[in-house]
Write a protein that binds this ligand. Structure first.
Ligand code: PLP
Length: 368
């Protein structure tokens, strides 16, 4: 098999055809011409299937090592996993420090409809002690925004012994940074709004599974709920995927450089980056990650200092989300919902020149 840097560029493309582009154009369709027996083509109505989705999902499937289903957003992908697996009376085990909106959905709609939600921190061994009679173990590693990691393989083994399905939210590392299906998970879930597409111009997500029965359930869910991605978004996502390895390599190098610089600044405390050898997450991260991701976090004295820092940055853009080619940062506590300090900053390293980024962060810290 070719190496990942090659596979990501060719993923989903068929054999070259004389006079045709490498990546075919986008197909916009509501209904397709479908005369007579509708079972003769999968392309009958655009909520069910679309050739642009087919190409992109083939690419994702190749990279994930499973069957990928594309969704309208990361949250549509999360909801599809919850919705196809959890019924009233079932138990969902999830991290207390994972992505806030996934916890809101679990503790809101699903808890209100009879699903019992058990939560424990990503770090440590508590999650594995909550698996008795559970249906689904939800993991997010590294967790957003605290950047703790968990031993995915170990937790999958513990969960499978008890017949518990395992899903991993892999938005932060992307499939190139970490492969949940290879680590034994049943579902690999991602907001592709983040690093996978990486240009801050799309909302899109996907789920990948090994088991074709689970894939079928996800397809039925998508068609009936209608959480379908727009064909233009999917085409742009496929186009963006081609540069994923290059972007990720650069982002991770920049993230490490920034982290190494921040270590030297006395204004900064509780710096976290799984790629730093001194980070509490590093030991497990080395075992299961190929890239440590673009995201790092740190704490400044208080809210006012953090806000001043962000305002003083000239290159680093104050914005939410992560994984884009532009370096962004935000004071995460402005949203609420996470147990973090008022001065907690989440920074996502982009693809700019490392020295320019360090210079910008240095002058912003000096300005305080
Ligand atoms: C870890 C994680 N999972 C899921 C999502 C949801 O993705 P989307 O915004 O594409 O719906 C996000 C968005 O920030 C996220 O950070």
């Amino acid at each position: 098999m070719m190496r990942i840097g090659t596979r990501v560029i060719h993923a989903g493309l068929g054999p070259a055809v004389q006079g045709e582009p490498f990546l075919g154009g986008v197909t916009f369709a509501g209904p397709y011409y479908a005369s007579g027996d509708p079972s003769t083509s999968r392309y009958t109505y655009g909520r069910g299937h679309n050739p642009t989705w087919t190409h992109f999902e083939r690419a994702l499937s190749e990279l994930e090592g499973g069957i990928a289903v594309s969704f309208a957003s990361g949250m549509a992908a999360v909801a599809a996993v919850f919705g196809t697996t959890l019924r009233p009376g079932d138990v969902l085990v999830m991290p207390s420090d994972g992505y806030y909106t996934a916890r809101l959905l679990a503790n809101g709609f699903f808890a209100e409809n009879g699903v019992q939600v058990r939560q424990a921190p990503t770090a440590g061994s508590e999650l594995s002690q909550l698996l008795e009679r559970a249906k689904l173990l939800w993991l997010e590693s590294p967790a957003n925004p605290g950047l703790d990691v968990c031993d995915i393989k170990g937790l999958v083994e513990a969960a499978h012994k008890k017949d518990v399905l395992v899903a991993v939210d892999n938005s932060l590392p992307t499939v190139l940074g970490q492969n949940p299906l290879e680590l034994g998970a049943d579902f690999s879930v991602a907001s592709d709004t983040k690093g996978l597409t990486g240009h801050s111009d799309l909302i899109i997500g996907h789920v990948a599974v090994k088991d074709s029965a689970l894939a079928e359930k996800l397809l039925v869910w998508r068609e009936q709920i209608g959480a379908v991605p727009g064909p233009m978004e999917v085409w742009l996502a496929h186009r963006s995927l081609v540069t994923l390895e290059m972007r990720l390599e650069r982002q991770c190098r920049n993230a490490l450089t920034i982290a190494e610089y921040l270590v030297t600044r006395s204004e900064v405390s509780r710096l976290r980056y799984p790629g730093l050898p001194t980070d509490p997450s590093h030991k497990i991260a080395v075992e299961q990650m190929h890239y440590y991701g673009p995201v790092l976090s740190f704490v400044l004295a208080d809210r006012a200092v953090a806000e001043k820092f962000l305002r003083s940055c000239k290159l680093v853009i104050e914005a939410t989300s992560f994984g884009g080619v532009h370096t962004t940062a935000e004071r995460r506590a402005r949203w609420g919902g996470d147990e973090i300090a008022e001065g907690f900053i989440r920074l996502s390293a982009g693809c700019e020149d490392s020295q320019d980024l360090v210079d910008d962060i240095a002058q912003a810290l000096d300005a305080m």
